[in-house]
Write a protein that binds this ligand. Structure first.
Ligand code: PLP
Length: 231
């Protein structure tokens, strides 16, 4: 067994235990393998071990990996900061975009999706810890961003994404996850299509179990699967 396969098994077990603790079905949690800086042959080992969804932060890096792994059935999620001038490529190459954090980007993705005759599934990124160093729409702008984005028929707003403050103790992150879930529920109450608004992308290597207990439907795990990234 490769080290990635062994790590994957451990993570699947931990997802299962977290789901058992809160009465959720493990199939309601999508594990996204985050592959930034991970060389293609290691990513391949992950997919061969059972990963089906991968997250990438940079369009250029992702494109080269997509070419080298084009024989594999992979759903590619864009999880990095997206500049508007990369929106065209994001729509062309990715299946989901997690990081819509401003109206101008939502509009550009909508425009590019129309050009390709596609409806792009997206998440709205929220700066839930109100941190200067982080991207994401301020919590106070979430409703207005949602109202605009959900009026655009080239994008399908499927939920929210957050990268909460790093805390040594994952329990300390719980209030942020809970706030995200509350926000999603409020948006759903006011949405004309609440059945589409179901996803919460939150939780990473050190806090994904707490995120699952608080309702995450997508966890983005890098280090715990592929090892430390070069700094
Ligand atoms: C790198 C990254 C992750 C994965 O982080 P790990 O701590 O390595 O699991 C998740 N989400 C985003 C947005 C990232 O940039």
């Amino acid at each position: 067994m490769t080290f990635v396969a062994a790590n994957l098994k451990v993570i699947r077990d931990r997802i299962q235990s977290a789901c058992a603790r809160c009465g959720r079905d493990p199939s309601s949690v999508c594990l996204i393998g985050v592959t930034k800086t991970v060389p293609p042959h290691i990513v391949r080992a992950g997919v061969e071990a059972g990963l089906t969804v991968l997250g990438e932060n940079y369009v250029q890096e992702a494109k080269s990996k997509m070419e080298q792994l084009s024989d594999l059935p992979i759903s590619w999620h864009f999880i990095g900061h997206l500049q508007s001038n990369k929106a065209r490529q994001a729509v062309e190459f990715f299946d989901w975009v997690h990081t819509v954090d401003r109206v101008s980007l939502a509009r550009e993705l909508d425009r590019q999706a129309h050009r390709r005759g596609k409806r792009m599934p997206v998440l709205l990124e929220i700066n839930v810890g109100d941190e200067k160093s982080k991207n994401g729409a301020p919590v106070g702008e979430a409703v207005s961003l949602f109202e605009v984005a959900s009026s655009l028929d080239g994008v399908a707003v499927r939920g929210l994404m957050a990268l909460p403050p790093y805390e040594e103790d994952p329990e300390a992150v719980r209030p942020y996850f809970r706030r995200m879930r509350g926000l999603l529920e409020r948006l759903r109450d006011s949405s004309p299509s609440p059945h589409e608004l179901t996803e919460l992308s939150m939780g990473m290597s050190h806090d994904f179990e707490v995120a699952i207990e608080e309702g995450a439907t997508m966890v983005r795990v890098g280090t715990a699967l592929f090892g430390q990234r070069p700094t």
